[in-house]
Design a protein around this ligand. Structure first.
Ligand code: UD2
Length: 320
């Protein structure tokens, strides 16, 4: 297949690109390098057609979509707190960028777009686990933007007949995740602090919990979503997670043991727009795509700790 990956130099995009290359697909990657890092693609440099471009550039997107069968649309300005600080900029990337990708895909007759949606769409509703039939209740601008992207996917499916699949990612972690920005994912921050003998900061009391999902599971699900029969998956939204939740306090304890850190965490103020608990019902994606998480939380943590330990030893830049 000819596959276009937006956000190809980011954590999730580059992981998808590596799998796509390994499976022998023809891969085009696009990234504006605002949060992505070209070095994430070093291992497949010769095998991927990589372009530095912004997905909002309609002309460039049209050109990149030519002859493409599948798009994995991962490009976004992630981060809840970043969107709280500057909602307009994240709107431009996350919503306008998504519409631009869809328009180019439509004009070039791309068969299917698989979209990186977010568990943040569920917001504060107390029901656990979260299932796809629940009414979304986004809190942060980021959550609103990611949900708007889902609605655009469904609209393009309904009105233009394009195949679209939305995967609601639940807190993805793993090798190559950026670690050195204040907006980095919590596990990347915790692991790199602990490996350097520094106490990580827990925002709030640490009782909040997440359905942390190891990157390989996310890659598996994207390929299932790309190949599943259209009459089953097109126009739909699926949770993509492990179906288990872990509190930050428990996660800190496990990681402290894995890294040999003997100290205590630092506690800071709870984050504005933060969600308390997040847990997915993954029965729909299991039933309709045959998805099962292959790497559980603890094994994922072990692999991630090992990767950051090596990266820190080699002084690999972690601003990914
Ligand atoms: C949201 C989405 C996730 C994804 C992500 C993209 C939810 C439940 N999840 O992740 O699916 O779209 O956005 O950015 O909405 N924290 C600390 N210390 C730190 C950093 C974070 O305690 O140094 C806490 C933070 O307050 C939160 C938890 O860790 O309670 C996870 O934070 P995060 O930024 O890793 O991800 P989150 O849940 O906002």
């Amino acid at each position: 297949m000819r596959i276009l990956i937006t956000g190809a130099a980011g954590f999730i995009g580059s992981s998808l690109a590596k799998r796509a290359v390994a499976e022998g697909h023809s891969v085009i990657g696009v990234d504006n390098l605002i949060t992505g890092n070209r070095e994430n693609l070093a291992a497949i440099d010769a095998a991927i057609d990589f372009r530095v471009a912004d997905i909002r550039n309609r002309e460039q997107m049209q050109e990149l979509c030519r002859g493409v069968e599948i798009i994995f649309h991962e490009a976004a300005l992630p981060s809840v707190p970043k969107s709280v600080l500057d909602p307009l900029t994240s709107h431009e990337h996350n919503v306008e960028g998504t519409v631009s990708v869809l328009l180019a895909a439509k004009e070039q007759k791309v068969r299917r777009v698989v979209y990186a949606a977010s568990s943040s769409a569920y917001g504060e509703s107390p029901t656990l686990p979260k299932h796809e039939a629940m009414i979304p209740a986004p809190i942060s601008p980021y959550a609103v933007q990611k949900l708007t992207g889902e609605y655009y996917m469904q609209s393009f499916q309904r009105v233009y007949g394009m195949e679209t699949v939305c995967l609601r990612y639940f807190n993805v972690f793993g090798p190559f995740q950026a670690a050195d920005s204040p907006y980095s994912g919590v596990l990347a921050k915790f692991i790199t602090s602990l490996l350097q003998g520094e106490a990580p900061t827990i925002f709030g009391d640490g009782q909040q919990s997440r359905d942390f999902t190891y990157i390989d599971n996310v890659v598996d699900a994207n390929f299932l979503a790309a190949t599943a029969p259209a009459d089953v998956v097109s126009g739909k939204v699926y949770n993509l997670a492990c179906g288990e939740r872990h509190s930050l306090l428990d996660t800190f304890r496990i990681l402290a043991e894995m890294t040999g850190f003997a100290g205590a965490p630092v506690f800071g103020a709870a984050r504005n727009g933060d969600i308390l608990h997040s847990l997915a019902d993954i029965s729909l994606i299991a039933r309709e795509m045959g998805y099962q998480p292959q790497v559980n939380f603890e094994e994922g943590l072990r692999r991630t700790v090992a990767w950051y330990a090596e990266a820190l030893k080699m002084q690999t830049p972690l601003s990914i």
